[in-house]
Design a protein around this ligand. Sequence first.
Ligand code: ATP
Ligand code: MG
Length: 207
Amino acid sequence: MCSPGRKVGIMGGTFDPVHLGHLILAETALDAEGLDEVRFIPSGHSYFKDSRQDKVSSGEDRLAMTRLAVADNPAFTVSDIEIERSGNTYTFETLEALRMLEPDTEFYFIAGADSILAMRTWKDPARIFSACTVLAAVRETADSAALQEEIRALERDFDARIRLLPMKNIQISSTDIRESIRNGHSVKYQLPDAVIAYIEKRGLYRG
Ligand code: ATP
Ligand code: MG
């Protein structure tokens, strides 16, 4: 399990709900960087998303949906390390905890453009960047010069190791999915069928 030099990608997110954009991002990272595993870590309590109008679904539901979404891929795993922690959870703490538990593993934090642009506002960015290499998904067609500039600034300001991950632009977001469900529209093909079935069974996002 802990063979030396294992390369593990970390996909952090709210995953409310998890969708094909997340899965394609994870697969792109696995393929491009030759990762041994991508670990999905649904966020715990998020002070960022406290202001969201519709409340964030329970950790239990987000964990269950994420597990269903990755069940058919042996390289994808799910960790409850953040959901199980009480209080605010911070990315730097998660990464440092993982490094303590698995000292021989190299961790790669996988981040979409919106995450990259926000990272310097997260708690203790210097500790995040010293605990992992960041894989930054850039969409050649859609992403601006501002993103490239922020990547260079993070490298300069925090000694960040950031590798670009060229990715197709997949126009799917959890926000859109929640809104479609609230309005009674189909979300089929935007997320795995098993996750849609779970959402229906639990009556999530109906508003
Ligand atoms: P919300 O709309 O609630 O913010 P989201 O769809 O952005 O949800 P998150 O859980 O916030 O999903 O995202 C987790 C990670 O996945 C982030 O790093 C984010 O940048 C990335 N991500 C989300 N959607 C996509 C997508 N369609 N393509 C590439 N990366 C994505
Ligand atoms: Mg988001």
